[in-house]
Ligand binder design. Structure first.
Ligand SMILES: Cc1cc2nc3c(=O)[nH]c(=O)nc-3n(C[C@H](O)[C@H](O)[C@H](O)COP(=O)(O)OP(=O)(O)OC[C@H]3O[C@@H](n4cnc5c(N)ncnc54)[C@H](O)[C@@H]3O)c2cc1C
Length: 468
């Protein structure tokens, strides 16, 4: 690899910033007042600001971003714009069938809506709706997908999660590793940073005040006051949209666990892509607990992500989220194994970022006891599509508006907490190693050693919807 992991912004962010750095948003340097102050300029914060301007154009909205908009996970992710149909079992378990299906439908509608929003606002985010494939690379994983497809059929939504034979999967993307799969027609890809920066541009046009390089140091709940190095924003309501960084704020410390994820990106090789038959742009994941996710770009690259990130120590977002060369090398090795046609295609970029893992494996939204601070967190690596819904929910909460979105089952959930430190970090490290061993054994159609199996299944036994 002739680049250094951690030195550069993601390829996506560099690509758009070189083309269009956007209007400057200097740091806050005085005290101000607003109706709503939003902490974090990723998709969650930006969609919230967008829906506030839609629902109540007269309200003043301020976004405070420690870095630049899209500098966090929203400008670094894989660009899978997917919903929750693959989460149907967990949703049914927690909320019952009707509420689970309603949440999945809303998540699917969000995917279509993002494409329409890009078209309406002249944002070229490379949006392409070609479906989302989950593929089995072992016998165990085939059984997992079969169960999922049977559950969807039983729930009357079989068309949303359809079984594909090995031949059908390979007809879409011919990897020797694929043994079967399921297709979710709700699934698109985007150039993630273009979406984040496009949102930023639209918000500035609508009069939202955005302050970049402006970290919030502390947040008072009532009256709301967000303190930054250069000034304080006093507001009627605050929205916390800080992804894994929220773990630094006391109310969220045990509600999320910060986990790293990394992506490797090849040089363009459209002729090699054609050899694999992967020409329609489906986004694809495998079924490992340490999931691999992969997609193509319009110029014929493959981006391969995941494969077993690491947990933060005490939720601190440090170098483990940006400088883990081993994680990129692992992604490259998987890419070459999965796609032999790409065995000698150079790798042009590799980068990482933090994921906010929630105990339910899905985002949750709500309001702190003071009534003036709302939050949307816990996307667990699936926030590109769901953050659009998150923005709708959080804007409605901040305006005391009652609608279909605030009644979704992911709003106002009682907290299921992670264990306190140091048990969480130590436990996460042990569980990660055990999950990797179990995943690797599964892929060789072997059984992992009993201790690894026991530890890998520990989260489920403790009531978390995480792991195998
Ligand atoms: C490598 C990687 C790959 C991923 N792939 C996918 C994918 O393919 N599909 C998918 O759906 N999801 C994916 N995700 C997850 C997805 O990117 C997130 O769920 C989504 O971007 C969340 O948006 P957000 O606005 O909540 O968080 P972010 O975009 O992280 O925004 C939070 C912002 O808060 C800012 N901030 C931090 N501290 C402060 C502070 N004190 N004051 C002010 N601002 C602060 C940060 O700089 C950041 O910009 C991936 C994530 C990573 C890291």
């Amino acid at each position: 690899m002739d680049f250094k992991v951690g030195e550069l912004r993601s390829y996506w962010l560099r690509e758009i910033l070189e083309r269009d750095p956007g209007q400057p948003c200097p740091p806050l340097d005085h005290d101000i007042q607003a109706d709503v102050v939003i902490l974090g300029g990723g998709y969650t914060g930006l969609w919230t600001a967008y829906f506030l301007t839609e629902y109540a154009a007269d309200r003043s909205v301020v976004v405070l971003e420690a870095d630049i908009c899209g500098g966090g996970a929203s400008g670094r992710n894989g660009g899978f714009c997917t919903g929750w149909w693959d989460e149907l079992d967990g949703l049914i378990e927690l909320h019952g069938k009707a509420a689970a299906i309603e949440a999945c439908r809303a998540s699917g509608e969000a995917i279509t809506a993002i494409g329409e929003w890009c078209a309406d606002h002249g944002v070229d985010a490379w949006y392409r709706k070609s479906g989302f494939l989950e593929v089995a690379t072992s016998e165990t994983h085939e059984r997992v997908l079969q169960r999922g497809a049977a559950l969807a059929a039983e729930a009357g939504v079989g068309e949303e999660y359809t079984w594909l034979s090995a031949e059908q999967v390979r007809g879409r993307c011919n990897s020797p590793r694929f043994r079967a799969g399921v297709l979710m027609r709700d699934g698109a890809t985007v150039q993630p940073a273009r979406l984040a920066r496009g949102l930023r541009r639209v918000l500035l046009e609508r009069g939202v005040q955005i302050f970049e390089q402006t970290p919030v140091l502390s947040l008072d709940e009532r009256p709301v006051a967000a303190r930054t190095p250069g000034g304080t924003v006093r507001a009627g309501r605050a929205v916390v949209a800080l992804n894994a960084w929220a773990g630094a704020f006391r109310p969220f410390r045990r509600r999320i666990a910060a986990w790293s994820s990394y992506i490797a990106l090849t040089a363009p090789a459209p002729e090699r892509l054609a050899q694999t038959g992967w020409i329609n742009g489906e986004c694809i994941t495998d079924v490992r607990a340490s999931v691999h996710y992969f997609r193509t770009t319009p110029d014929g690259r493959i981006a391969m992500g995941g494969g077993g990130g690491q947990a933060a120590s005490a939720n601190r977002i440090g170098k483990v989220f940006t400088h883990d060369t081993t994680a990129v090398e692992r992604a490259v090795a998987t890419l070459r194994e999965m796609f032999p046609a790409f065995s000698d295609v150079p790798i042009e970029a590799g980068w990482g970022g933090p994921i906010d893992v929630s105990p339910t494996h899905r985002a949750f939204f709500g309001t702190l006891a003071s009534g003036a601070v709302h939050y949307g967190l816990g996307y667990t690596g699936n926030g590109v599509g769901p953050s659009y819904l998150g923005g709708r929910i959080l804007a409605a909460l901040a305006l005391d508006r009652d609608d279909r979105y605030v009644r979704l089952p992911l709003v106002g959930l009682g907290p299921k907490l992670f264990p306190p430190e140091p048990f969480r970090s130590l436990g996460a490290r042990m569980i990660r190693m055990a999950m990797l061993r179990q995943d690797d054994a599964d892929e060789r159609d072997r059984t992992a050693d009993p201790l690894s199996r026991l530890i890998a299944h520990l989260p489920r036994r403790m009531g978390y919807q995480l792991g195998p």
